[in-house]
Design a protein around this ligand. Sequence first.
Ligand SMILES: [Zn+2]
Length: 366
Amino acid sequence: MPSWRDGDSLGGVFVAACIAAVLAQDPGQLARDYALAVAAVNKAHADRPVAKDEGELGKQLPASAAKLVAELVRCGDAPEVRDALATAAAAALDLDRLDDFAALRDRVVQLDGTFANDIGIALSRLRFLAIATGGVEPECLSRIADVFDLVLDAYADVFGLRNFSKVPGKKLRLRIHLEAKITRPPHFAPQFPFHSEIDFPVIDGKAFASPTKEGQFLFYGLCHELGHVIAMWGDRQNEEDRHAWAHYTGVVIVEHLAKAKKDSPALDGLRDSRWRTLDFERKRLEAAKTKPGGKDVDGVLARLLALHDAVGPAAIGEALDALDTSKKHELVNRVRYYRMADFQKALLATKAGKAKKKAIDAAFAE
Ligand SMILES: [Zn+2]
């Protein structure tokens, strides 16, 4: 969320009132009413998903709430008006209402351009909403979105996985923020109640390259984090995959794209496949004679590699989808947590798995 500063750039001129049409309105209240209406639509959908996508869901915002945007935009300048515009703009993104966001954003930037970087820019694609703050330029946002589209395609092509969001019908959020220095790598932010979100720091607002000069693998990180979005393991106390799952899917996807899409302009300047591939991990585990197991990260990675070789990634995706359909998971804040024992059974039930019982059981033996 943008941190909103006090408007001392007003130079002491304190314009307290909105124009006559909304003189009686409290801008903070207008924004809160708008945000509450957005949250109510999202909550009703999360409890009982009916809308097929977020476009359909966005239309469920009552007209009485939608018209608050125009009222807020008509407000005259005052610090509380800017706060209200920012609050409502953030809420608009929660329902993929990009027209609302643009109107609110444009107004707050018109009032004070120094806040443009805090409120950011946004781009809506079929499967996700990319939001960028801190001064990321539109071309750079669009480029990262192109990469993300390729990564999502790759998850579908390789694993057959298409259900990314923890709430059916809700788009993923990719929150990009420009930083002077990356102190925390990209990560899955599970706390949002109605959508899955990946937090994505960058150090260049004009171009997207990876790894960075400091050796941070942003492209691999993006592929890795989607692994977390798709599946968490065990529960919050016992991470049953020892953090190997997202590494496994991450290197598989990096390797796949390096081969299948090597001529894609979106992947120009992304060199992660020199260091982050399944092949590299395979050789490393073989050299260390690592056996499949469940106790540490490399043991689980060796298990996933053994399964990958035995049944193929499509069957791995099929097993996860089956667990999802049969609700064989625990939901923590709607995030899906699977059990390795259930995964084993689901793999054995796939067509590929039926022919590979011995290899699957061996991968789960320890
Ligand atoms: Zn991770």
